[in-house]
Design a protein around this ligand. Structure first.
Ligand SMILES: C[S@@+](CC[C@H](N)C(=O)[O-])C[C@H]1O[C@@H](n2cnc3c(N)ncnc32)[C@H](O)[C@@H]1O
Length: 266
């Protein structure tokens, strides 16, 4: 995740939390965290999932790890007074976790950015006690994301869309291929790997205008439209607003998004 992506998450924190609440609910139900268990939240960001896990694990300890000091400053502020929660600023791929120190490892969209995912999932497996659980949510393919395809198709009439998959490299769609996820986790020593598709209509914004502003200011919007002349960009964004107007409900713009809910055992 680049710096711009991290800044977008910080600025739009409440919106992201609202959008991803159904995925977090599915994640925590699958993780089945019990009172007293020790939990690791990977790529914890500003700590929303960390705190929700802590409420389930209490009095068990919950650790959030993230690379971003900006995200972690917010996470620490949000967890002030919660004595069972701590945060680590480091790369989860290489961090020197005490072996077998966690009962459960969870992540809400924090495990797609590893330079070497095999090494990273092996590190996380060593940090988990034998029989412990891994549960995370990660995006399915771009084609499973109407919330991106609808505005994307409108904008594509004016500009060329970037390769959202980054050729299978680190990024939002790094774990979109179910067979690759099974192979990676198996090679990293995880067993009983299961992937379940979860699809839910995301509440993207109050209106088409608000939604387009939100998407344009994020890293995908930036990769798509930065460098485009002002006139072309204005026409592309007007087309996107018109496309999104068809998905406006009483509470705002809603479009489906699809993730894998991945579970495994150490
Ligand atoms: C899409 S955000 C998700 C944040 C949080 N899990 C949430 O749902 O609000 C991805 C997070 O993963 C973090 N991250 C990316 N690569 C990482 C790594 N190798 N080790 C630790 N954190 C990482 C980023 O800094 C970012 O905060």
């Amino acid at each position: 995740m680049d710096q711009r992506g991290a800044e977008h998450w910080v600025v739009h924190r409440d919106r992201y939390d609202r959008m991803y609440e159904p995925f977090q609910d599915a994640l925590l139900a699958a993780a089945d965290i019990r009172s007293g268990e020790s939990v690791l939240d990977v790529g914890c960001g500003y700590g929303t999932t960390t705190l929700a896990a802590a409420a389930l694990a209490r009095p068990g300890p919950v650790t959030g790890i993230d690379l971003s000091p900006t995200m972690l400053a917010l996470a620490r502020a949000g967890a002030a007074g919660t004595s069972t929660v701590s945060f680590v600023e480091d790369d989860a791929q290489t961090h020197d976790f005490p072996p077998s120190s966690f009962d459960v490892v969870v992540s809400r969209f924090g495990v797609m950015f590893f330079a070497d995912p095999l090494a990273a999932f092996a590190t996380l497996r060593r940090a988990t006690r034998p029989g412990g659980r891994l549960a995370f949510v990660a995006w399915r393919s771009p084609a499973d994301q109407p919330w991106l395809c609808v505005p994307g198709a409108a904008v594509a009439r004016y500009v060329e869309l970037p390769d959202l998959t980054n050729g299978g490299g680190p990024g939002m769609f790094a774990l979109a291929d179910a067979d690759r996820v099974r192979a990676l986790l198996g090679a990293a020593g995880w067993t009983g790997v299961e992937l379940a598709p979860v699809t839910t209509p995301l509440l993207l914004g109050r209106s088409p205008e608000d939604t387009v502003d939100f998407l344009r200011s994020g890293s995908l919007g930036s990769r798509t439209l930065d460098g485009t002349d002002a006139d072309t960009e204005a026409r592309a964004l007007a087309e996107a607003r018109a496309a999104l107007a068809r998905y406006t409900r009483p509470d705002g713009v809603r479009l489906d998004a699809g993730v894998w809910l991945v579970q495994a055992r150490a």
